[in-house]
Ligand binder design. Structure first.
Ligand code: OGA
Ligand code: MN
Length: 306
């Protein structure tokens, strides 16, 4: 069996066949997937019937797994999986896979912010590198996940715009994305997780040297800028970066594993009839290696600008 990657569009997003990711991988296979991620930023693996432990084992080939914030914030008895590495991306009611979440369910309200363009965990000092989503049950219509190529979006800026964004530092917090949809119902004790963290707006890929825009709905300001000016600027930039020519929409089939690099793409969920149909995806993600360096630089730049 030989692994093959076929690009979906303009060198963005690749479909991977000729590999069984449920089984342990050989070092050359891991390296080939990493190269694929460097090139395509999003990889999809159709027909991979992974179990939870197999998803965790596959993810661990590429780095250190993240603990989900939603899982941490939920009380233990509210969690569907006791393993905090496994994110529950489903619309099941709390602790009950025979019922769907009701309209005003708090977890449903929180998860609706996934419909905003974002980069996973950018509200942490070190955001996520790869995120992996595996489809167990998908609805009959809707619920595509859309991905926008932040390298192509950067490349398409004018020289003047590139110079303007080069040194900017943005402030990210989970509070900003939730504010956008009107959610503020946090459990007490997580104040530390709500504080803004600085990240550079322009990232440089450590291997290819390609630059990308580190945009996210978690951003609420730019260091040294008045807030309304920053928000208006970021809104324009996000509109630019998510034009159709930069976007790939993944239409889910059961057994699909999709992995993306949050340092190169933004993504968002799209609507489906979630009060009537089940959608059950499992998520794992990795700490963003390389982003810790950028976070240090951003802190230094932010202090210099203050
Ligand atoms: C996520 C996410 C999108 C989706 O799990 O981080 O943004 O389509 N999911 O569920
Ligand atoms: Mn996400």
């Amino acid at each position: 069996m030989t692994m093959v990657i076929r690009a979906v569009q303009n060198g963005f997003a690749g479909v991977v066949t000729g590999i069984d990711i449920c089984a342990p991988l050989a070092p050359n296979q891991i390296a080939a997937i990493e190269r694929g991620m460097d090139d395509y930023a999003v990889l999809t693996f159709p027909d991979q019937p992974l179990t939870d432990p197999q998803q965790v084992a596959f993810t661990a080939n590429f780095g250190q797994l993240e603990i989900t914030l939603a899982g941490q914030m939920a009380k233990p008895e509210e969690r569907r999986f006791q393993q905090l590495e496994l994110g529950d991306i489903s619309n099941y009611a709390k602790g009950d896979t025979t019922r769907l979440r009701e309209r005003a369910d708090r977890a449903r309200m929180y998860a609706l912010a996934n419909r905003l363009w974002h980069s996973d965990a950018s509200f942490r000092a070190v955001g996520a590198g790869y995120t992996l989503l595996h489809a167990r049950i998908v609805p009959s219509k809707g619920a595509d996940t859309q991905f926008a190529d932040m390298r192509a979006a950067y490349d398409a800026l004018s020289a003047k715009e590139k110079a303007e964004v080069e040194t900017l530092v943005c402030e990210h917090s989970i509070v900003f994305s939730r504010q956008e949809i009107g959610f503020a119902d946090y459990n007490p004790g997580f104040e530390e997780h709500l504080k803004p963290v600085p990240h550079k707006l322009v990232l440089t890929h450590p291997k290819s040297g390609r630059k990308s825009l580190y945009l996210s709905s978690h951003i609420g300001g730019i260091v040294g800028w008045p807030v309304p000016e920053a928000r208006a600027f970021l809104r324009d930039l996000t509109e630019h970066a998510t034009q159709p020519q930069f976007v790939y929409a993944h239409k889910w089939k059961v057994g699909d594993m999709v992995m993306w690099d949050n340092r190169m793409v933004m993504h968002r969920a799209t609507r489906f009839d979630d009060l009537k149909e089940v959608r059950d995806l499992r998520r794992t993600s990795l700490k963003g290696v390389g982003l810790e360096v950028k976070a240090q630089q951003a802190t230094a730049l932010a202090e210099a600008a203050a």
